[in-house]
Design a protein around this ligand. Structure first.
Ligand SMILES: [Zn+2]
Length: 247
């Protein structure tokens, strides 16, 4: 599936001059952007709220948020932000965040890098272009279920940590504070990035994940080590995607 838009621009009405400037700069570079003031006739008679959610969760390849002090006050912008945050869980490179002078970034966005608005829409358009070229084409429509993400806690997952488990693909040690995803079928524990980027959200030919770490991991540790050793000599991605029987 092709995305309907390269970029969707989310902004509060007070920043519409900035948004239109960016929109025009993008158009000049032949980048298709969704700027709602130019698409009002398309929106007549449809459920605007559900359409906006779909726009940010599915239809756009990238999103731009022009964040200002007005942004968190708007009903539509709040809805758009929540859709963007959902998508960000799956695609960390989905958002280009532009922050206007004097705006205080909310907690939900505080970990992201951002660009301070410097009145240069062309510079933003160039960043968008570059991001579009380098972005892997993970189709959000392919990802049917959002994975359950578990954060490893020092006390809560004490025995898990004591086992010094590693990510089955990257072989990175799983530590306190790491975000992991557990395949519902084989119960293997993957780092979230591995699950999303390397496995594309699929393991054992399915995409279901556990809500909590299994109390007792069915595979004895030695078994997992053995599997890891065998797997390290194979092409992980193809192997894990195509051979559900292995686990
Ligand atoms: Zn599995």
């Amino acid at each position: 599936m092709k995305y309907r838009y390269d970029v969707a621009i989310s902004f509060s009405d007070a920043q519409k001059d900035i948004a239109v400037g960016i929109h025009v700069a993008l158009e000049k570079m032949k980048i298709e952007s969704y700027y709602y003031l130019y698409r009002q006739e398309e929106n007549i008679g449809i459920d605007l709220k559900s359409n906006l959610r779909k726009l940010y969760e599915e239809y756009a390849k990238l999103a731009i948020i022009i964040f200002s002090k007005d942004y968190s006050k708007g009903n539509f912008t709040r809805l758009e932000l929540s859709a963007v945050l959902n998508r960000l869980k799956l695609e960390p490179s989905y958002l280009i965040l532009i922050v206007c002078k004097g705006a205080k970034i909310p907690k939900s966005l505080s970990k992201l890098t951002y660009i301070e608005w410097n009145s240069d829409p062309l510079a933003i358009a160039k960043i968008v272009k570059k991001r579009l070229q380098t972005k892997p084409s993970v189709k959000s429509s392919d990802i049917k279920v959002f994975p359950n993400v578990i954060t490893i806690g020092r006390n809560k997952h004490e025995s898990f940590l004591a086992d010094h488990r590693i990510d089955p693909i990257t072989r990175q040690l799983i530590r306190v504070g790491d975000k992991v995803v557990v395949c519902e079928k084989c119960k293997l524990v993957f780092l979230k990035e591995t699950w999303i980027v390397s496995l594309n959200g699929i393991h054992c030919n399915q995409n279901k994940t556990l809500k909590e770490l299994p109390l007792k991991i069915d595979f004895p540790k030695i078994e997992i080590e053995k599997i890891n050793r065998m797997m390290s000599s194979l092409n992980f991605e193809l192997y894990t995607r195509n051979t559900g029987f292995f686990f």
